[in-house]
Write a protein that binds this ligand. Structure first.
Ligand code: DGJ
Length: 737
């Protein structure tokens, strides 16, 4: 049993294999957060202190008990206007203009299985591995009630949170903030880690000590964004990959979000996360409910490595869905960097023929196959094959390519419309633009109003028509701009604050419809690379193009940041040509390959431009990736270096039974007369013997983990690392142990 609920004492304990979360309803019905950390088996309230702090007021029931203040105690879901002056999670404006919500405990329920959330993605349970705790709260004055939902997957140390806000009153209210979670941590000196960047440089890891006040990472772009990611880690100041306490939270949401961390007057830490309140204003009518998206939380007392593994397990097994959750992903060759818009069917056939020769599984036709799409300033929305470019149409091309033994994939950017398109000429009101103002154009395009059912139906039908017209096995779902112009011609003026969230709900509905109708099609998410890399999108698309930056050196940093939360199987990563198209950097082909192998693996270049030597190398890489596929996608992943601080990047995969392990990486610079860099491996069995594939040397797991191994001697810059170990059963006399 992972949930222990005691209605008499008001103590609720959520237990995972290694962690414990405690909540308590006190005599006033205030729901306090008591504990999140290692298992204690004890009511941890004795660790809470209640000082009398000036200017921190007291609720009326405790008016003269100056040590009872909502402003200082750890709370589970703090509403606005109650005398808690820290960041709140729920802001309600009532009919009379007052803005307050004082939530008090009103009962609980424990349910088998994992709750789901109407219209929103949520962690799901495989069999009976999950339980749900529901805690009911209500504001007696207004009739607002909140159901706090907690889902627990004990074996992965995962606790999810969500909230349902309902209006049982007589008047319509406005929600100005309805966040998904709050985590109060009364003690400790914490660093926060978040993932920041820009287009073609996403999720660069930033770690900083908390300062007094509020620090935040957020997006107001209508997507989870390249600039910040809806995930965060709090770790103790000395935490490393293998030691120290850390908390992680990832929002399962693909729109604007906000994460705030407040380090308060008493050196307590509050973490809140949810839909970005700055672009949110939701009308909640009597009888209505609002569903906050899910936050996935985990805790590790053994450092960041274990924290990431918990996220990897739950995202791989309980977020990703469909056929490609478990079946091997095709090794694909995508023509984008090979041709950009300069292609016709002949050129594609030549590329595909060579891709088949090299051993790829799939050919993906990227942007430019439809409408009047000669450049990125026209054609979006017209999902009709451009027969001037693909003479003979789509089906004959797909038939030829599938006859080569390849699957066929296709690119769409369904959420967009170009002003220069038939769709816009017919339905200009379908674009999100502000009345009377010129729209903000980005990459020459506008955003379709996905809040509208007719727009969604149109997109569904257009994509279905293409998918039904030929044997298509893969869709790249791209999205290439941030969303502004938040005005829908269908909503009444007082509800324009709902557009951002309604857009995300519309997107999810469309994706659900399409992925259910085409269960054999692999959908890969993309937003100018990794501009919408979040657990929400992964519910529909089991892999996401990680970045438009395909430079292997920069990718080691981008993929490093991505790996803190997201499993390797979700990372779209390709080998591209050199000089690299984003940076001009030249890296060895093998380094590009090992970097792309930390992902779904594929190529994004013109294989006809490769030398014979390069072609043989690519053939061998494809065979090698197929051999390592299970180890890479289903194995345990360890970061062995910090590419921002170290002179090399190195990462390791280990099979769950510890019988095989692979170290990949890149030595950034070679210096004359240098000592080789040592690394310590992780996750092996101490008493097993491991044979290094390249030279047959045998090592004990203990030696590799406590002593380590030297990285290969490098030559030139950006040199590849590959160390592949298999379990050895015997030791020859002359072998090292
Ligand atoms: C952005 C994507 O990230 C690229 O891979 C490519 O598909 C282009 N869009 C095409 O316009």
């Amino acid at each position: 049993m992972s949930i222990e609920a005691n209605g008499k004492t008001g103590l609720f304990r959520i237990l995972t294999d290694n962690t414990e979360y405690q909540i308590k309803a006190d005599k006033n019905g205030v729901l306090k957060h008591i504990w999140y950390g290692p298992k204690t088996g004890t009511d941890m309230e004795y660790m809470l202190d209640y000082p009398d702090v000036g200017f921190s007021g007291n609720i009326y029931e405790e008016a003269y008990n100056r040590s009872y203040s909502l402003d200082t105690m750890p709370l589970e879901y703090p509403g606005i206007g109650t005398g808690d002056f820290r960041v709140s999670v729920l802001k309600v404006v009532h009919d009379n203009g007052s803005c307050a919500v004082d939530l008090r405990y009103d009962g609980f329920d424990v349910k088998q299985g994992k709750y789901s959330i109407p219209g929103l993605p949520a962690v799901y349970s495989n069999g009976d591995e999950a339980e749900t705790l529901e805690l009911y709260l209500k504001d007696s004055v207004s009739g607002i009630s909140v159901t706090l939902k907690y889902g627990v997957i004990p074996k992965y140390d995962i606790i999810t949170r969500s909230a349902v806000i309902s209006n049982h009153g007589k008047d319509t209210v406005r929600l100005l903030s309805a966040l998904s979670m709050c985590l109060d941590i009364p003690y400790g000196e914490w660093d926060w880690i978040h993932f920041a960047g820009r287009h073609a440089m996403e999720r660069i890891t930033e770690r900083a000590p908390l300062f007094h006040g509020i620090q935040e990472s957020s997006s107001s772009r209508g997507t989870s964004s390249h600039q910040q990611n809806p995930s965060v880690i709090l770790c103790d100041r000395n935490a490393s990959e293998t030691s120290g306490e850390c908390y992680g939270a990832a929002l399962m949401y693909s729109g604007s979000f906000k994460t705030q961390i407040e380090y308060d007057q008493l050196n307590q830490t509050r973490l809140v996360m949810g839909i970005d309140p700055d672009s949110f204003d939701w009308e909640l009518k009597p009888g209505g409910s609002f569903y906050a998206p899910e936050a996935i939380m985990t805790y590790s007392s053994d450092g960041l490595d274990k924290l990431s593994q918990n996220f990897h397990h739950v995202i791989r097994n309980n977020v990703c869905r469909g056929k490609y959750k478990t079946s091997k992903r095709p090794i694909l060759l995508n023509n984008w960097e090979a041709t950009y818009f300069d292609f016709n069917e002949e050129k594609l056939e030549q590329i595909a023929r060579e891709a088949a020769e090299l051993g790829a599984d799939m050919f993906v036709m990227d942007d430019g196959w439809f409408g009047k799409r000669d450049s990125d300033s026209s054609g979006l929305g017209d999902w009709v094959v451009n027969e001037k470019r693909l003479r003979g149409g789509l089906k004959p091309l797909v038939d030829k390519i599938t006859a080569m033994g390849l699957k066929f994939g296709i690119w769409f950017e369904p959420e967009m419309v170009s002003e220069d398109s038939d769709l816009f000429r017919k339905h200009s009101d379908w674009a999100l633009t502000l009345p009377g103002r010129k729209p903000v154009v980005s990459r020459g395009q506008l955003v379709l109003d996905l809040t509208r059912a007719d727009v969604r139906d149109h997109i569904y039908n257009a994509i279905s028509a293409i998918l039904g017209s030929a044997d298509i096995s893969y869709v790249k779902w791209d999205m290439n701009r941030s969303i502004c112009g938040r005005y829908s011609r269908e909503l009444p003026s007082e509800r324009m604050g709902e557009i951002q969230h309604r857009y995300v709900l519309g997107l999810y509905e469309l994706l659900e419809r399409l992925t259910s109708a085409y269960p054999d099609v692999l959908f890969e998410g993309c937003s100018g690379g990794g501009g919408r890399f979040d657990a929400g999108m992964l519910y529909y698309c089991p892999q996401i193009w990680c970045s438009d930056d395909t430079d292997a050196y920069e990718r080691t940093k981008i993929q490093y940041g991505t790996s803190f939360i997201y499993p390797i199987s979700t990372v779209g990563s390709h080998v591209s040509a050199v000089p690299n198209h984003q940076t001009g950097r030249i890296t060895p082909l093998e380094s590009r390959a090992v970097t792309a192998m930390a992902g779904s693996f594929g190529y994004e270049l013109d294989p006809n431009a490769l030398t014979d030597e390069e072609k043989s190398a690519v053939k061998e890489q494809i065979v090698r990736f197929k051999k390592y596929n299970d180890l890479i996608h289903n194995g345990t992943y360890h970061r062995l270096s910090d590419p921002a601080a170290d002179k090399f990047a190195a990462w390791q995969f280990v099979l769950p039974d510890m019988s095989e392990s692979l170290v990949h990486g890149m030595i950034y610079k070679t210096e004359a007369n240098m000592l080789r860099y040592p690394i310590r491996l992780r996750g092996l069995a101490e008493d097993k013997l491991y044979k290094l594939d390249s030279d047959g040397t045998i090592y004990t797991g203990k030696a590799l983990m406590s002593g380590g191994i030297l990285l290969p001697r490098s030559w030139g810059d950006y040199a590849p690392i590959e160390l592949y170990f298999t379990e050895a059963t015997e030791v020859r006399k002359d072998e090292k142990i």
